[in-house]
Design a protein. Structure first.
Length: 423
């Protein structure tokens, strides 16, 4: 029986595995390394975060993005975006040198067993571990507007469903959303000859400005310090003090994690959108239906009008929502024992342990506890060491028994169906 099974091989899973191996734990990692960047982002996209804020975490800090770029004759400089392809290759290099061998099979279920947990891979093999770290990234949590449900994947998809956009050449595509994913997807579509429009609820697009130089006069840095999530003291707090964020009242954490660092486009994609893409602001899809093989969208605009559009395909660049209900890998008895907040987001301890002992969570699913940093690669550095420290304490605590009370600071109630809801 392994000490730790890590489910997921993206930046969080690989970072956790690196710290666990360095701590002497018998760890096994499952998943296709860097799958989100290799399989779910079109060629030509770039990271929005700065290169120095895009490191995976190894405890000896030998395998950062800058080291990979230097080794391969590339640059990782402030203010110069890194391509998705480069970042994916960096993650594979990190997996090769900083992590035990990755088992690339996908995990289909995680359940309890005597003394710990049992994971089942897609070929039916069962592997047991005393603890589990669930680092499944964002793909299980895709959010598509309810009005688009039921139209089928031929007509509706999420922006994360595409490795390339070639199938949409010379077609008409409508992109829903106003954030970076929507803007960059629309730009790439327009540049390949697709007829594309964007529908966004907001009444204006927000654009990030060109970042100031890293080396600045002290008074400029004091007024708006750099951080892994952008300039400014508020962003600095989110990036540098997730532990402090967790001490905020639960209602405040939930509100901030849902609204902070809202939809905005990177400065380097602005000209590509404004010169090529039709953008319809203040529009929200009310209904959608099929008509002669095309999608008919009925929208509501800010003036109360209801304009209609016909399009060949709708791409929903509408983000992700990390709820316990979408943790479909977990066996029902384990999932039903999780402490959650009013939005059904799992609660975790200061060591990222869920209310089910021995089950640890990482990444987007912990944003309601630790803040916006958990939505970005930057949060992996804070997470990995603390989570592995929690795993070591859990191993000393002994075999898993049954669910324990929610983490300190959370009050929970059980619903009639047995789910646990924080309040």
């Amino acid at each position: 029986m392994y000490d730790l099974l890590v489910v997921g091989a993206g930046p969080y899973g690989l970072s956790i595995a690196s710290h666990a191996a360095d701590a002497g734990l018998d760890v096994r990692v499952f998943g296709r390394p860097m799958a989100s960047w290799r399989d779910h982002m079109p060629r030509g996209m770039f990271l929005k975060s700065e290169p120095w804020a895009s490191n995976l975490s190894d405890p000896r800090r030998r395998y950062g993005l800058a080291a990979y770029c230097e080794r391969n004759g590339m640059r990782a400089r402030h203010g110069e975006p890194i391509s998705v392809e480069t970042f994916a290759s960096y993650g594979l290099w990190f997996a090769q040198y900083a992590v035990p061998v990755v088992d690339e099979r996908m995990v289909t279920s995680v359940g309890a067993c005597p003394g710990g947990f049992e994971v089942v891979t897609d070929d039916g093999q069962a592997i047991r571990g005393r603890t589990v770290a669930l680092a499944v990234g964002v793909i299980p949590f895709v959010e598509i507007p309810a009005a688009l449900h039921g139209l089928g994947t031929e007509h509706v998809s999420h922006s994360s469903h595409h490795r390339d956009l070639d199938r949409f050449r010379d077609r008409d595509v409508t992109v829903i959303g106003g954030g970076q994913a929507a803007l960059e997807t629309a730009a790439l579509l327009a540049e390949q000859g697709t007829r594309v429009r964007m529908l966004a609820r907001a009444h204006q697009l927000n654009w990030n400005s060109v970042p100031p130089a890293l080396e600045r006069p002290w008074w400029e840095s004091a007024r708006a310090p750099h951080s892994g999530l952008g300039c400014g003291w508020r962003n600095w707090f989110y990036a540098q003090a997730p532990g402090g964020f967790r001490r905020l009242p639960a209602a405040t954490r939930a509100r901030v994690s849902a609204s902070a660092l809202g939809p905005a486009g990177a400065w380097w994609v602005r000209d590509r959108v404004e010169s090529r893409v039709e953008v319809l602001l203040g529009h929200e899809v009310a209904t959608a239906s099929l008509s002669s093989g095309r999608v008919r969208l009925a929208a509501v605009d800010g003036s109360g009008g209801r304009p209609d559009f016909e399009t060949d395909h709708v791409i929903a660049a509408t983000g992700f929502r990390a709820t316990s209900a979408r943790l479909g890998l977990l066996a029902p008895d384990v999932r039903g024992s999780l402490a959650v907040n009013a939005a059904d987001e799992p609660c975790v301890s200061t060591a990222f342990e869920s209310s089910y002992p021995g089950l640890f969570l990482a990444g987007l699913v912990t944003a309601a506890s630790f803040g916006p940093a958990m939505r970005f690669v930057h949060g992996a550095s804070f997470t990995a060491g603390r989570l592995v420290g929690g795993v070591r304490r859990s191993l000393r605590r002994g075999p898993v028994g049954s669910a324990v009370p929610a983490p300190v600071g959370e009050r929970v109630r059980r619903t009639p169906k047995g789910a646990v809801v924080g309040r």
